[in-house]
Design a protein around this ligand. Structure first.
Ligand code: FAD
Length: 403
C-alpha cells in the first residue's frame, strides 16, 4: 500500500493550505472573538472565492460540479482542511451536507438531483439529516416512532426528532420514518424522505444548547416536530423500505470524513502545543518545553496521530477498492475519537489559562468534539462491532444474546 499523495493531491493540499491561511483563518479569529455569530454571512464571500479554486465540493463527481476525488484523496485533503474549524465549511465539504449530497448522488432520481443536489453542490442551500429521536436510544437506529403513512398519492409524516445538525436555516431535510411497522425484517421498516423545511407542519422547536452553546445556522443542532407533514410520492429517496440501507451507505464514508478531519484537528493542536511549549517560559531562560512531562505529551501525541492517520488512510483505501468495510470504519471511529480527545486535552493543558480562551481554536474543538465519541455511533457500539466480528472467527455468535 502506498499512501503518498498523488501530484494532484499535493497541489490541492497546497492550495487548500494557502487559501485557509489567507481567507479562512482571519474570519475564524473574528468569529471566535464574537462567539461564532454571523458565521454564514461572514463566510459567504469566502465560499464564493473558494468556488474559484476548483476544490469546492471536492467529494462530488466532476460531472456534477465537484472535483471527483476518491475517498482516499478526500481523506488526504481533509487532513489539511481539518486544521481549521471552518476549513471544510469553506469548501462545501462539511457535514451534514456532504453525506446528504452523497445520498442524493447515489440514490436520487433525476428530478431530485436537479431540485436538491445541484443547489447543494453549488452551496446555494443547506440540508439536514433527521434520524435520532429524544424518546429512543439512537444507538439502536431501528427503534423509532416517526411514521410516514400513505395518503392518496403521497405520504404524511409525524414524529419528533432531535440533534439534527444544521437544521436551522436548512432548505431540505432528509427524514427517516417508519413506513412498514410490521415488516418482519426490522431493517426494512423505514424509508427516507426529502422534505422541504418550509412544508406546513415542519417545525424547528429550538436549537438545542450543546455544552453551553445553542449556536445557530450551520453550527446548530435542531429539535423538530413533524405535525402531519404532507409530501408527494416522489419525496421518497431510494426504495420504500430501503431507509436503513441508505443510512448505512451514508454513514460509512461519513465516518471517514469525520475521522480524517479529526487528524487535521490533532495536527493543529500538536503544532500549537509545540509552539507554546517553545515560546512560554516558566522563568527567565526556562522554557516550558524543557519539562519532560511536556516532551512526553508531544511524543505521545505524535505517535498516536501518525498511527491513527495510517489507520484512516487504510480504511479509505479499502472502501475505495471494495465499496464497504464496516469493521475498519468502526475501528477508526472509536480509536481516532479517543486520540483526538487525548491530543486536545494535552494541548489545552500546555496552554494553561490561554487554552480555556477563544484566542486559539483549542477551546472550540475541546467543547465541540467531546461529541466525537457519541455522534455517528458511540464508542461502545463501534467496539462491539469490531469485537463481535473478530469473535466470529473463534466460533462465538453473539446474535440475539444482547452481548
Ligand atoms: C453533536 C452531535 C451531532 C449529531 N448530529 C446528528 C444528526 O445530524 N442527525 C441525527 O439524526 N442524529 C445526530 N446526532 C445523534 C447521534 O447520532 C446520537 O446521539 C447517537 O447515535 C447516540 O444515540 P443517543 O444519544 O440516543 O444515545 P443512546 O443510544 O441513548 O446511548 C447512550 C449511551 O449508552 C451507551 N451505549 C449505547 N449502546 C451501547 C451498547 N451496545 N453497548 C454499550 N454501551 C452502549 C453509550 O455510552 C451511549 O453514549 C448527533 C449527536 C451529537 C452529539
Amino acid at each position: 500500500m502506498d499512501f503518498s499523495p498523488s501530484d494532484r493531491v499535493v497541489a490541492m493540499r497546497e492550495l487548500a493550505r494557502d487559501f485557509c491561511a489567507r481567507e479562512v483563518e482571519p474570519v475564524e479569529r473574528t468569529l471566535m472573538a464574537q462567539g461564532w455569530k454571523d458565521l454564514e454571512a461572514r463566510m459567504a464571500p469566502v465560499r464564493e472565492r473558494a468556488k474559484g479554486t476548483g476544490l469546492f465540493a471536492p467529494h462530488v463527481q466532476a460531472a456534477e460540479g465537484g472535483a471527483g476525488l476518491t475517498l482516499l484523496e478526500q481523506a488526504q485533503l481533509s487532513e489539511v482542511l481539518g486544521m481549521h474549524p471552518l476549513g471544510h465549511y469553506a469548501f462545501n465539504f462539511a457535514a451534514p451536507d456532504v453525506g446528504n449530497m452523497e445520498l442524493l448522488h447515489a440514490h436520487g432520481t433525476d428530478e431530485q438531483k436537479a431540485r436538491w443536489l445541484g443547489p447543494l453542490v453549488r452551496g446555494e442551500i443547506r440540508s439536514t439529516f433527521l434520524m435520532t429521536e429524544p424518546e429512543h436510544a439512537g444507538s439502536n437506529p431501528v427503534w423509532m416512532s416517526t411514521t410516514a403513512e400513505r395518503r392518496g398519492d403521497g405520504w404524511v409524516l409525524r414524529g419528533h426528532k432531535w440533534f439534527a445538525t444544521a437544521a436551522d436555516g436548512a432548505s431540505v431535510a432528509v427524514v427517516m420514518a417508519v413506513t412498514d411497522p410490521s415488516a418482519s425484517n426490522h431493517y426494512a421498516r423505514a424509508s427516507m424522505f426529502l422534505v422541504p423545511t418550509d412544508t406546513e407542519g415542519f417545525e424547528l422547536i429550538r436549537n438545542v444548547s450543546v455544552m453551553g452553546h445553542a449556536g445557530g445556522g450551520w453550527l446548530s443542532h435542531g429539535e423538530l416536530m413533524l405535525h402531519g407533514v404532507r409530501v408527494p410520492a416522489d419525496a421518497v429517496l431510494g426504495p420504500v423500505g430501503g431507509g436503513f440501507k441508505l443510512a448505512q451507505s451514508r454513514l460509512g464514508p461519513g465516518r471517514i470524513h469525520h475521522v480524517s478531519r479529526w487528524i487535521g484537528v490533532c495536527r493543529r493542536a500538536l503544532d500549537l502545543m509545540c509552539r507554546h511549549a517553545a515560546e512560554r517560559e516558566l522563568a527567565p531562560g526556562r522554557p516550558l518545553a524543557a519539562q519532560q512531562t511536556v516532551q512526553a505529551w508531544i511524543a505521545e501525541s505524535r505517535a498516536e496521530i501518525e498511527a491513527a492517520r495510517l489507520m484512516v488512510l487504510q480504511a479509505a483505501w479499502t472502501i475505495d477498492r471494495q465499496g464497504e468495510s464496516r469493521e475498519d470504519v468502526s475501528l477508526i471511529k472509536f480509536h481516532v475519537a479517543g486520540v483526538l480527545q487525548r491530543v486536545l486535552d494535552r494541548a489545552v493543558q500546555v496552554h494553561g489559562a490561554l487554552g480555556m480562551t477563544d484566542d486559539t481554536p483549542l477551546a472550540f474543538w475541546y467543547r465541540h468534539e467531546r461529541a466525537a465519541r457519541i455522534y455517528d455511533g458511540p464508542d461502545e457500539v463501534h467496539k462491539r462491532v469490531v469485537a463481535r466480528s473478530m469473535l466470529k472467527a473463534y466460533g462465538v455468535d453473539l446474535r440475539g444474546t444482547g452481548g
